[in-house]
Design a protein around this ligand. Sequence first.
Ligand SMILES: [Zn+2]
Length: 215
Amino acid sequence: MSKRRFKSIWLSGMVAICLVNLPNAAAQSGTLELSELPPTPSRIAELLRQTDVRFCYGPQEKPSSMTMPNGRRLGALTVYQMNFDFRTQSSVQRRGNRQQLVTTIRLGRRGLTCDHIVWFRELPDRETFWTNRLVLHELDHVRISTDPGHERLFKKLLSENSQTQQSANEQVEDAFRKVTSMVDIRYQELDRLTAHGMLDLPKGTTLDAFLDRSP
Ligand SMILES: [Zn+2]
């Protein structure tokens, strides 16, 4: 029941957004294809090779998983989705004169992947897309969640052996929660330092401060 109520609240929020945007053409929604944009600068092209990013705009494209933080009307938002699969293998191992069941967890062949939706309230100007402050800010978010350090941490957390299948499943859930909360913390820190992309990073701080550079 409470779920249903939440849904109707969210829908009324959407209507409000539509009404605010109604007088201008920006109330339209759609997807921005890379082919519609000027050539991608090499540093961004490299990032887009590592992760799947869908650029979209307008009220109808607003991802349903998105909730507006504190009801703030942000000009853009980035949503990431991490995916993985895993296998477990149980075997009996001898420890001294005792036998113990050990379950090992192995991450699937594709590892931990991350897809993104970058949503803009209004369609950014195509010609200046790659130098638009808001676009660059959202791509900083993408750069954070694409950091291979997250997969390294995930693998490390999965490498500790479990006793039972159930505890192995819990270990996977726990590891995933740790990784995603680290991404969330880094997202929030980026937004705090830049006031959601309105300001440059403070002098002496680069995006590397948010990324895991350990081998
Ligand atoms: Zn942001």
